[in-house]
Design a protein around this ligand. Structure first.
Ligand code: PMT
Length: 398
């Protein structure tokens, strides 16, 4: 079973007779749950129309780099961040040459430079063009840059030649695309992640909470499971689907989250606290709805347990990773929390910027540990999660 549920695949189509197969690739990707956006080069449009690929993908097809209307809808940087994986199929000899040289002379080549997502190409060309030393040198350059190369296959070609250069079939391309999301770096490792806000009841209809959407924690859970971990996600109330193969426990309050987390200790190797846990709760939650009467009212609050501190000082202490949501002095405050709460790593999140942090699709963070730090620029929360899981794994294995 291929795992592409909710994955954002950016399909690049370049000029070659195999472009007709792109239509089938879109269908196959969608059948496995992926969302597909298509970018076509000028030459690709000589072989298949944008209208066909638009109808199949259900999204507008992107063709121009310098089109103000298109940029206003979804700019090239936004598109580059949207992608979880870029697949270029077919990739012509000309595109490989431009990509290998780092050119940015059309939308597709520019996106390849701008994206943080992995890029894969499925070459398609005449066998002599494939064998040409220039193409082979470009192939080597792309290999060195860790670009995944799907194929090419061998056989009879549209021009009558026989040899290597045929684009792989849609099923093979989709299978290889799905494999890009899987690794085994966390095989046999149990990961517990908290996500979302907590709700602290004032009465049966009112509560104190915050703006956390759960997107960051859910993306981390998806990325960890794709690396082979057994993942339990302890989630506050959010409107997100449970990621595939993740065991989810739903909670409301900080007290419930605290208890659920403690229940997991002993079987947990890595704990990641991405939840925005309320620091305080009303001392007394009224049994009945509080009626409006006085001009003002006071709610007395008491401190909630600090979940991550309890985890980090537990006898079955897992490798402990926290988040710090800050609006100023981000690094300094995050370092303070790293020390005070005895964590192994902390992910510092500047939530003063509405484009990143609470409820946004993108995020930019700094990962901080005792004697080091690494900044990760703005990217999608899923893409960021893949980078964070690799970083956490490297520190955990040390
Ligand atoms: O959910 P999203 O909309 O995607 O937004 C993501 C996020 C901004 C919520 C997330 O990236 C983030 O920064 N989460 C931590 C928010 C937070 O509560 O930060 P804090 O600095 O107050 O807490 C520091 C750490 O202590 C956090 O790991 C937190 O989970 C933990 N904590 C806090 C209070 C408490 N009582 N118990 C805790 O375990």
């Amino acid at each position: 079973m291929l795992q592409l549920t909710n994955k954002h695949i950016l399909l690049g189509v370049t000029g070659g007779i195999a472009a007709y197969k792109s239509a089938e690739i879109i269908r196959r990707l969608q059948e496995h749950g992926a969302n597909v956006q298509v970018v076509m080069t000028k030459a690709a449009q000589e072989f298949i129309t944008p209208l066909t690929l638009q109808a199949l993908s259900g999204n507008p097809v992107h063709c121009d780099l310098l089109n103000p209307a298109a940029e206003a809808a979804m700019g090239h940087i936004e598109l580059a961040r949207w992608a979880d994986l870029v697949v270029i199929a077919p990739a012509s000899a000309d595109f490989m040459a431009r990509f290998a040289n780092g050119q940015a002379d059309d939308l597709l080549s520019t996106l390849c430079l701008a994206t943080n997502a992995p890029v894969a190409i499925a070459p398609a060309m005449n066998q002599a063009m494939w064998h040409d030393p220039a193409t082979q040198q470009n192939l080597q350059t792309l290999n060195d840059r860790k670009i995944s190369i799907f194929g090419p296959g061998e056989g009879s070609q549209a021009c009558g030649d026989v040899g290597p250069g045929r684009m792989l079939g849609p099923d093979e391309i989709v299978e290889l695309a799905a494999k890009q999301f899987q690794s085994n770096i966390l095989d046999g490792v149990t990961v517990v992640i908290t996500a979302g806000p907590t709700r602290e009841a004032i009465d049966p209809v009112r509560y104190i909470s915050n703006h956390s959407s759960g997107k960051m924690g859910y993306a981390l859970a998806a990325a960890a499971v794709e690396c082979g971990a057994a993942v339990t996600l302890i989630s506050g109330p959010v409107a997100l689907e449970t990621p595939d193969r993740v065991n989810q426990i739903d909670v409301e309050s900080a007290a419930e989250m605290h208890q659920s987390v403690l229940d997991q200790l002993g079987i947990c190797d890595i704990f990641i606290g991405a939840a925005a846990v309320a620091d305080y709760r009303p001392i007394l939650a009224a049994n009945q709805k509080i009626k409006k009467s006085a001009e003002s009212m006071t709610i007395e609050l008491t401190r909630n347990p600090d979940i991550i501190s309890a985890v980090a000082s537990h006898e079955h202490r897992p490798f402990t990773v926290g988040f710090a949501a800050e609006t100023q002095n981000v690094e300094e405050y995050a370092r303070g929390k790293l020390e005070n709460k005895k964590m192994d790593l902390i992910v510092a999140n500047d939530v003063s910027d509405k484009e990143i942090g609470f409820n946004s699709d993108n995020n930019a963070v700094s990962v901080i540990w005792k004697d080091g730090m690494k900044s990760i620029p703005t990217t999608s929360k899923y893409q960021l999660s893949r980078i964070l899981i690799a970083e956490i794994n490297a520190h955990y294995k040390k």
